[in-house]
Design a protein around this ligand. Structure first.
Ligand code: FMN
Length: 294
């Protein structure tokens, strides 16, 4: 992985939602590396240009998350990655935000830092003040960060029993062939099997795993399978939470692309305009990876 000291698949497997950090601040060399990474972010697939910043946590930050629609208690974060997204740059701005924030998270993971995505209503919070959020910007989600509390967390990652592996949908629910309801067999994924697996193990809001990928000729079509009622959830409505499942789609794109590139597979993101965008009430077509290595 470019700029990373370990491979994309290793780092994707190493990441987990870390909610309990060491009391130590983030090592200063790691902070510098992160700041440098933030200054040189890759372009977002749909062209949005959110800005991100690394900021030290202050007293009471964990508690103040509570009123902002996040869940789970975040213990002793020593830093946050905050982001500000200009409104109206692209209809896919949330996917772009998810893609870039996940790139930052993976970079932090490669530096042996613990992270946790936090979806909430930050636009009017003290986090917005910290990054000087402008009127034409929103803050769809933030990331808590810190040094691992103990060596077990370092080793935890994807394969441990307590982490994600046991809590992901099986391969055949995620991936389909030619038609959305026809499962894709592992061997049919050929060179892309690992890229798909990296999509499957990615994080998602409330672990709802909305991403579906359909293979059609040399296209890998990404669909969002909405969780029934998730968007309409009364609490989410009152809090005006952004459409978190679209962030999940951006995360899936980042895992897929990083892995494909690392395996030397050539392709690019395209939106196939002539496709049915809503094959069912809860299913929405988002984007395709047009593969040249097939
Ligand atoms: C967009 C988004 C929002 C999330 N919001 C929260 C949150 O508010 N609180 C929290 O503890 N975890 C949050 N998570 C973490 C998920 O719960 C976690 O990714 C999922 O349960 C899978 O576990 P893993 O990350 O350990 O693999 C969020 C994840 C995503 C992608």
């Amino acid at each position: 992985m470019k700029n990373f000291n370990i491979s994309a698949t290793e780092v994707i497997k190493k990441r987990f939602s870390c909610r309990d950090y060491s009391l130590e601040p983030v090592d200063s060399e790691k902070q510098e590396k992160l700041q440098a990474y933030l200054r040189n972010l890759p372009p977002a697939p749909f062209g949005s240009t959110p800005r991100f910043d690394l900021l030290a946590a202050t007293e009471g930050d964990s508690k103040s998350l509570r009123g902002l629609g996040t869940y789970g208690f975040i213990k002793n974060p020593s830093a946050f990655i905050l982001g500000a997204m200009p409104t109206g740059e692209s209809i896919y701005d949330l996917e772009d935000y998810g893609y870039l924030m996940e790139m930052i998270i993976l970079y932090a993971t490669s530096l042996e830092l613990g992270t946790c995505w936090l979806g909430g209503t930050f636009t009017k919070s003290k986090f917005a003040k910290k990054i000087k959020l402008a009127k034409n910007e929103t803050m769809p989600a933030i990331t808590s960060m810190g040094e691992y509390r103990d060596a077990n967390q370092k080793r935890r990652g994807w394969t441990s029993k307590t982490a994600g592996s046991a809590r992901r949908l099986p391969w055949e629910k995620y991936f389909s062939n030619i038609m959305l309801d026809t499962p894709l067999f592992h061997n049919e994924a050929r060179k892309y099997a690992t890229a798909l697996e990296m999509v499957r193990i990615g994080p998602s809001a409330s672990n709802k795993q909305p991403c579906r990928v359909l293979k059609y000729k040399n296209f890998w079509r990404f669909y969002m399978q909405r969780t029934p009622g998730y968007r309409e959830d009364i609490i989410k409505k009152v809090l005006r939470l952004c459409d978190l499942q679209r962030l999940d789609m951006g995360i899936a794109m980042s895992h897929f692309e990083l892995t494909a590139k690392e395996l030397g597979l050539k392709g690019k993101w395209v939106v196939e305009d002539d496709l049915n965008k809503n094959p069912s009430a809860l299913t929405e077509y988002i984007v395709s990876w047009e593969s040249q290595d097939f």
